[in-house]
Design a protein around this ligand. Sequence first.
Ligand code: P53
Length: 476
Amino acid sequence: MLQAGFLWGGALAAHQVEGAYREGGKGLSVADVMTAGANSVPRRITDGVVKGERYPNHNGIDFYHTFRDDVELFAEMGFKCLRTSIAWARIFPEGDEDKPNEEGLAFYDELFDCLVAHGIEPVVTLSHFEMPLALVEKYGGWESRALIDLFVRFARICFERYHDRVRYWMTFNEINNQYNTDNDIYGWTNSGVRFSRCADPRRAMFQASHYQFVASERAVALAHQIDPRLKVGCMVAADAIYPFSCHPDDVLLAADAMHSTYYFTDVMCRGAYPHYAPRMWEGLSEPLDITEGDRQDLATGTVDYIGFSYYMSNVVNHVAATDISESTAYSDPHMVDNPNLVANAWGWQIDPKGLRYILKAFDERYCLPQFIVENGIGIVEALNEHDTVDDQERIDFLRAHIEQLKAAVEIDGVDLIGYTVWGCIDPVSFTTGEYAKRYGFVYVDRNDDGTGTCRRFRKRSFNWYRHVIETNGEEL
Ligand code: P53
C-alpha cells in the first residue's frame, strides 16, 4: 500500500501553460525567444523577439487567465498536489532589480490560494527553463558567477512570500539536461548559454552547472532558515541507460553513461563533487572556477529529497554506430534502439520497468525520499464526435508505470513522496514547441496552425485517474 497522504497530482511549468508573456509586468524569458519546431524539426533560438516568427510560449494555453477553471478540473480528479513553476521573469523582469515586481508575486498568491482552497498542495520549481532573458544579455547567463546571488535573492523572495502555502520546492528543473551540449536548446533553457558558441562547450557546461549547484545549495540552506518545515529537492531528468549486451565493455559504458545523471545528483544529495568528477573534467581548456567557499556552500545545503522526471530508457553499445551496419537517429554514436521496447511517435522508448530501476538505484545510492515529478506520454490526438478523446494508450502507459512505482515502494522499500503526471492539461511541448504533442487528462482545443477555441475537454483518462487517486493506487 502507498502511504496515506501520497501526493498524487499533475505537473506543469509556467512558460508552457501561462501565456500572457507580456502581462503583469513580466519580462522576456529565454523561452520567449524559442520558435515553434515540429516532430524532428528543431526549435530555433532567435536574438530577441523577431517579427514574423512564431513563439508558442507567448500564448501557452492561457493558464494565466484560465487557472481558476483549470484548478476546478484538477480538483474534480482529486489531485492532492499540483507541480508548477514560478516564472522568474514575472518576479524579477530583468533579473537584477533591487525590488521584485509586486504584480508577479500577486499572481502566484492567487494561484496558490486557489489551489489550497481546493485542497491541492502546490509543489513549486523555482527555475523551469524560464530565466529572464536580460540576464543572458547582461551577464551571459550562468556563465557568470553573478547569477548565484541573483538566483538566491529570487529564491528568498519566493520562500518568504509563499512558505505558509508551499511546502515542497525544487531549485532547477532537469539541471542535467545541459550535459548534452550537442543541442543548444538544453544549455539555453538550463543556463541561458548556447554551448555550441563557446570556445570549450564542455567547460562552459561544467562551469554553469557549478554555479547552479552553489546557488541551489545556498537556496536549500536559506529555505530551512526561513521555515524549517520546507522541503527542497533537486530535479533531474532520470532516463535509465542500459548496456546493449552483457559484453563487459557495454556494461562499463552504461555505468559511465549514468554519470549524466549521477554527476548532478551526487553533488546535490551528498554536498561534494564525486571522486570521478576530476576524470570528467580532464582535457578542459582551463580549470574550473570552484572556490573553497563554494565547496563549503555545497556541503551545507544538501537536498531534502530527489525530484525527477522519467519518460524513457536508453541503451549504449561500446561499438560506435559508424562501425555497425544499422545507423541510428541518436547524436551519440554509442546510443542505439532497444530491441525489446517500442517508442512513441517522437522516438521515446516506453519502459515502465526502467522507472522501478531508477527508483531502486537512487534509493540504494542516496537513501533519500524521492518524488516522481514528471512522467507521461506525448500522443497526437483529436476530439471525437462525443467531444472527448479516447486515450486508452495513455491509460495503459500510466497504469504500467504506476504498477512499477508500487513495486518499488512495496517490494523494494523505496521512500516515495508522490507522483505527478506531466502536462496534466495539454501544454506546449518543450522540445518541439508543438501543441500536437499532447500529454493531458484534459484536452485543450488549440492547434499548431493557430486555430482552436482554447476550450477544455475531459479525455477518457480523466475519470480513470480520478479513480486511481480515490483508491490511492489500489485500483488501476
Ligand atoms: P516535451 C528529455 C527527456 C526527459 C524529459 O517533454 C525532458 C526532456 C526534454 O528536455 O523534459 C521534460 O514537452 C521537461 C518538461 C517537458 C517534458 O519533459 O518535449 O521538464 O518541461 O515538457 C516533456 O515532450
